[in-house]
Design a protein around this ligand. Structure first.
Ligand SMILES: [Zn+2]
Length: 264
């Protein structure tokens, strides 16, 4: 898999002696969590994993080299059972995914590290990452954080319909890959599919409704796309990647400075 993580930040490139020399209380270890799953007819299975590396790599480039932040090898497989029925989707069960995070958290804690960030770029993992961040805090005393790739930066200039219901293989994801790995985007294979319309007054929706119904992709998006990839351009997304990277770098720097004002 291609990687945008600087070698100097790659935890797995260290020897155990180099790891042993790291400051335990302040070093921030980042565990990327992503997915290998269908992303429509135009994007590769690894889209979420590539986006994770692209965005995290861009953030790390903006961090001072002296700030001790290291990236663990990614958990590329995620909970992707919403995409069952689409060949190529490789999914972990919720319990397996959570067990992997627990075991890695246990290893990090056993080495004496205190700060772990779950850096997640797959929506199907989000609720599990939230649960595990708290469980790792409770069980191992780790100071855990979780975040998405944007650090909260808004993708400007996107249509409101796309901003609300562009979820998957959408404009943003397509644009990021157009900027970083254009050879992996089949621009002749775009399909457009929205799982709901913003002007719709239906109360029960797949997302953002008065109540949501549990959905499988095949129920609501036959091509596997949820959104409109057609407006995506590398130029549009460069500014957003830079803004998101700046935000994410600031967020990670704050984790490094996060005071020991909580009980360990
Ligand atoms: Zn995705």
């Amino acid at each position: 898999m291609k990687s945008w993580i600087p070698d100097s930040r790659n935890f797995a490139y260290l020897t155990w002696k180099q790891v042993d020399a790291l400051p335990r209380d302040t070093t921030v270890l980042v565990l990327p969590t992503a997915a290998i799953e269908q992303h429509g007819p135009h994007l590769p299975l690894a889209t979420d994993t590539l986006i994770n590396s692209i965005m995290l790599g861009a953030a790390l480039e903006r961090l001072p080299q002296a700030t001790p932040v290291y990236v663990l090898p990614a958990v590329c497989y995620g909970k992707s059972n919403e995409h069952i029925g689409f060949p190529g989707t490789l999914s972990l069960s919720a319990t397996t995914f959570m067990s992997v995070l627990r075991d890695l958290g246990a290893s990090v804690a056993a080495a004496g590290f205190k700060k772990l960030v779950l850096f997640n770029t797959h929506g199907g993992n989000t609720s599990l990452v939230d649960v595990m961040a708290r469980d790792l805090r409770a069980e191992f005393g780790l100071r855990t954080f979780w975040m998405g790739a944007s650090g909260g930066a808004k993708f400007e200039g996107i249509h409101p319909q796309e901003a609300t219901y562009g979820f998957h293989a959408n404009e943003a994801e397509t644009a990021i890959l157009l900027a970083a790995t254009p050879e992996l985007v089949d621009t002749s294979a775009y399909t457009v599919n929205y799982i709901a319309r913003i002007e719709d007054e239906t109360l029960l929706r797949p997302e953002n409704g008065a109540a949501n119904f549990a959905w499988l992709t095949r129920d609501i998006a036959p091509s596997g796309v949820m959104g409109d990839p057609t407006p995506a351009t590398a130029e549009n997304v460069e500014r957003w990647i830079a803004a998101a990277a700046k935000r994410a770098a600031a967020v990670i720097a704050e984790m490094y400075h996060f005071e020991n004002h909580i009980e360990s």
